[in-house]
Design a binder for this molecule. Structure first.
Ligand SMILES: [Zn+2]
Length: 267
């Protein structure tokens, strides 16, 4: 069903920090939407190797360097991209102009930039990264939608926040656009039967079967259904993290790192 790209590319392709990068127009302004590859490195401070304090400090410096290199490639200031401490919640945080270089980041699983001028990042490795652009207001957002977040409404909460930014007299207008990034696919995401049954009460479309015939969840299908029900213009990046080695996967290789869904504007 899904169009999975092979994990091995040629040398030129494998140095690309993005597995997907698209520029979309929002009210006459160019907005970039991208998902990073393993070539961009591990972007998560919370995924560090066990070991001595010295080793962990070196790994932390590696994450900071990877984020800075990525920002250089994006064309935004070092440390200016907003990240959050993700906890599988359905909580949405306003970016408020603060990047990861400015101090402690806040806790939540989605970030909104009301003006769209702030670069945003959400980290994943099997859960879904979802990027939003509102062509009416220019607002942008990113969300971390794993099984729990999806069931608890992280996508709906993000859409509510974007809707609240639209002027009351804007009417229906052009729909919000969303990109569902790479994540574990329904053929790979095995779960206990009980978990699939619980999920089905909230999101029946996500019930699926693995390629080896056991109960699974199809999170991308679930996310698409949630977004489509709200009238969103949905784009799917059909890459499976478990099958595609250009991406970090917690299921295939735990503890290696996190990639990111990104949205940003360049002057
Ligand atoms: Zn898969």
């Amino acid at each position: 069903m899904l169009d999975h790209s092979p994990g091995s590319g040629d040398a030129a392709a494998s140095s690309d920090p993005f597995v997907f990068h698209e520029v979309t127009d929002a009210g006459g302004r160019a907005v970039h939407v991208a998902f990073t590859s393993v070539q961009a490195g591990n972007l998560a401070f919370h995924v560090l190797p066990d070991g001595s304090g010295h080793q962990r400090e070196r790994a932390r410096q590696g994450v900071a360097a990877a984020r800075t290199r990525l920002e250089e490639r994006m064309g935004v200031d070092a440390g200016s991209t907003a990240f959050v401490d993700q906890i599988h919640s359905a909580d949405v945080v306003d970016a408020e102009g603060a990047g990861w270089g400015d101090g402690p980041v806040r806790v939540g699983d989605a970030i909104v930039s009301a003006g769209g001028s702030q670069a945003l990042a959400i980290m994943v490795a099997d859960c879904l990264p979802v990027v939003f652009v509102d062509p009416v207001t220019g607002a942008t957002a990113v969300a971390h939608a794993g099984r729990r977040g999806l069931q608890d409404g992280v996508l709906q909460n993000t859409l509510d926040r974007l809707a609240a930014l639209r002027p009351a007299d804007a009417g229906a207008g052009e729909p919000v656009r969303a990109w569902i990034g790479p994540g574990v696919c329904g053929a790979c995401y095995e779960v206990p039967e009980q978990m699939r049954a619980e999920s089905a009460t909230v999101l029946p479309v996500a019930s699926a079967t693995t390629s080896w015939g056991t109960p699974s969840l199809d999170l991308p299908a679930g996310a698409e259904a949630v977004l489509a029900a709200r009238g969103v213009d949905v784009h799917r990046v059909q890459l499976c993290t478990v099958e595609d080695e250009r991406l970090f996967s917690h299921r295939r290789a735990p503890g290696r790192g996190r990639f990111a869904g990104l949205v940003w504007r360049t002057p």
